[in-house]
Design a binder for this molecule. Sequence first.
Ligand SMILES: Cc1cc2nc3c(=O)[nH]c(=O)nc-3n(C[C@H](O)[C@H](O)[C@H](O)COP(=O)(O)OP(=O)(O)OC[C@H]3O[C@@H](n4cnc5c(N)ncnc54)[C@H](O)[C@@H]3O)c2cc1C
Length: 531
Amino acid sequence: MKQAAEKKAARVRVFSRKPILVVPSIPSPDRAPGFKVEFTSGDRRRQAATALTRPSSIGHDTALVLFRRDLRLADHPALDAACAGHERILPLYLHARDEEAPWQPGGASSWWLHHALEALQQRLSAQGATLHIAGGDSLARLRALIKASGARAVYWTRRYEPAAIARDTALKAALRADGIAVHSLPGNLWCEPWQLATAEGLPYRVFTPFWRKLRAQLPAEQPLPEAHARQWLQLSGSLPLDALELLPRIPWAGGLAASWKPGEAGAQELLEVFVDDALADYANGRDLPARHGTSRLSPHLHFGEITPRQILHALQARTQRMDARRRPDLEPYLRELGWREFAHHLLYHFPQTPTENFNPRFDSFRWADDNPAILRRWQLGCTGIPLVDAGMRELWHTGWMHNRVRMIAASFLTKNLRLHWQHGARWFWDTLVDADLANNTLGWQWVAGCGADAAPYFRVFNPHTQAAKFDPEAAYLKRWLPELAKLPTKLLHEPWRDPDALTNCGYPAPIVDLSATREAALRQWQALPPR
Ligand SMILES: Cc1cc2nc3c(=O)[nH]c(=O)nc-3n(C[C@H](O)[C@H](O)[C@H](O)COP(=O)(O)OP(=O)(O)OC[C@H]3O[C@@H](n4cnc5c(N)ncnc54)[C@H](O)[C@@H]3O)c2cc1C
């Protein structure tokens, strides 16, 4: 009888989502004071074993997993390796804004980060775990947490931004000197930036040969399933998420909240919608800003809520089940993900490029003098050029802008207004939910003509021709410029042709003459020293 009762009690504990083992006082040799340690079983299948863990062994097989731009539980090699190699895992987020300088997350990214951490916390609590949140100097916090938990190992997913590499290198050296095993793993790219090189062993500077090489070796392994720890460790002293003050004090983020669902589940939902609706016509649809013709996965990819390997396998699995004659061509979409890989390859090998021209020939280019009033009109979507303004207002409202419109708005700033591309890159950095140092740098330098494999400088987008071609019904313009919505469609592409109508609807006249500024920009470009 007694045995049966004990078995039943064990089963109840095993399947409970509540902490099954609470250890207020740990006999770990060097436990820091001020922390309380708790355990919850993560993987139901393995819980029977964990229930037998003796407190005296706590700490010796514990690992910390640091979440950064990998805010997911599935296809997470670092978390997976930690769970496979250790009995207990402390899932951890360290907030250290200063360590990201000079590219601390902007307003829109911070909004996203708050909700992504919230979503991650929800995913962890479904396994009975709690994300430990701490702030301040990363090394000091890690050392304190290592001491409190008795952990002997730290895991993280690699990052590729110069400030993150410098910080991680220092962390690794200091922790290893303390006798801690540090494991940094890949997980957010198809291919590590140093794994591809030209025949001469140099980094690529041109996309097409880079893509050809990468395309031939896309990951064949299946994405990893959701990771489960044998035990999740919980320490007291975690900050509440709100203490990170990621949300805006002035409530400007309503449009973002209406447009996005940060987190792993939101990413999977978008992927499904894309595969069902837009993938088949992606080659054409991706250029039409009025349509949802692209995946809109960029913020989810940036925060690591989905991996390019998960996307690749989801697309392949879905299309392989289809009749071969109806199977959509995956190439155009994979190629865009290839641009993301190329951007990371470039940022890793040329870390100065977020602030310096990739092509030094442009160092003597004569940009216009800084003009805050003109810049402000561009930022707020009041230039009098409808497609540019529609894009800038979409960005302001939703934290995202369609790729074609990004190119046109960037071309207008750098060529027609001839303002330095850094002004644009900084504004995008603050306002995009997908602000990403690699992709943003590549995008701005590409449009400005000074980047690797960039658009030739003389390619100046004409916003009116582009609007007539890619938004022929002016549906996109009407959506974001409601004051123009009543104008006939043809006039909407070039509203200054009817000055009276313009005045009546309260939309500004163009701040510059497009063809005169284009000519002026080309003259400056021709004055550059030869290559
Ligand atoms: C001036 C400028 C600035 C940009 N800044 C950013 C940025 O900060 N963050 C960002 O993620 N993208 C940036 N891009 C690239 C591109 O505009 C976005 O990645 C794309 O619009 C995101 O929408 P999507 O997810 O629907 O793309 P999809 O068409 O569905 O493409 C799938 C994924 O491929 C990647 N991708 C697509 N196009 C590009 C590209 N040109 N360069 C690099 N990766 C690409 C993105 O990760 C994207 O999510 C910028 C482009 C320009 C011209």
